[in-house]
Design a protein around this ligand. Structure first.
Ligand code: APR
Length: 228
């Protein structure tokens, strides 16, 4: 089983069976992820979504991918931070329901954005804890889904998810410690691989955990266009 972290566009993940949409209750195009997915999928996606709305917070539904390179889109409605409570349980339900839905459809790979961390205002760090903890725990009980990719908008989100994933897969005193590459080296080879072994309460392992930054300059203060 593999959990991968990348910086990229959720609508440009051609090698996964399903991408997850951070949807609105109406399942219509929106900003952020919902905009990117509907734009790439074309109007057929909204047509297919219409009879499936409204979506309840924490729930997930599945549609075709239309003009996306993926056969499926799984739409989740995350909690609005500070409004939909208990927010951690509702956010966890999104990830769990999406993965279980994918599994029931026999899918092998799913790419998630960081649900609720944009327009819905969920702070990235606690959201990452909920998202990764839920995915690791849920994957253990699935039959078909073996690969989960988190597609993150920038390097800061990648770092927070990587740190959280390391904490969850390498609990203090647990087996092995992932070697975090120095920032320079990390940017040079752009990849960090680690292995966690059985022995943690949350993770049955072994897991392959791969964090890749596709955009090594994201998050840098340097102005665009400088020297490239
Ligand atoms: N690919 C990957 N991640 C993205 C992309 C993209 N193309 N666009 C935005 N993100 C990131 C954001 O930076 C944020 O961290 O995805 C995360 C989720 O952001 P939103 O798309 O705003 O999702 P959410 O916070 O769940 O809010 C959902 O936003 O677009 C509206 O109609 C939608 O009302 C719904 C609400």
């Amino acid at each position: 089983m593999e959990v991968a972290l990348v910086v990229g566009d959720i609508a440009a993940q051609p090698d996964v069976d399903a991408v997850v949409n951070a949807a609105n209750a109406e399942l219509m195009p929106g900003a952020g992820v919902a905009g990117a997915i509907h734009r790439a999928a074309g109007p057929g996606l909204a047509d297919e979504c219409r009879p499936l709305a409204p979506l309840a917070v924490g729930h997930a539904v599945i549609t075709g991918g239309h003009r996306l390179p993926n056969p499926y889109v799984i739409h989740c409605l995350g909690p609005v931070y500070g409004l939909d409570r208990p927010e951690a349980e509702l956010l966890a339900a999104c990830y769990r329901n999406a993965l279980e839905l994918a599994d029931r459809h026999g899918l092998r790979s799913v790419a998630f954005p960081a649900i609720s961390t944009g327009v819905f205002g969920y702070p990235m760090e606690p959201a990452a804890e909920v998202a990764l903890g839920t995915v690791l725990a849920t994957l253990e009980g699935l039959h078909s889904v073996t690969t989960v990719r988190f597609v993150l908008a920038d390097d800061r989100a990648l770092r927070l998810h990587r740190e959280t994933l390391q904490r969850l897969t390498h609990p203090v005193g647990g087996a092995g410690k992932a070697t975090e590459p120095a920032t320079g080296a990390e940017r040079a080879d752009n990849v960090m691989k680690s292995r966690a072994h059985a022995g943690s309460k949350k993770v049955a392992g072994p897991w392959t955990v791969e964090a890749t930054s596709l955009d090594p300059l994201a998050g840098d203060a340097s102005p665009p266009g400088g020297g490239s």
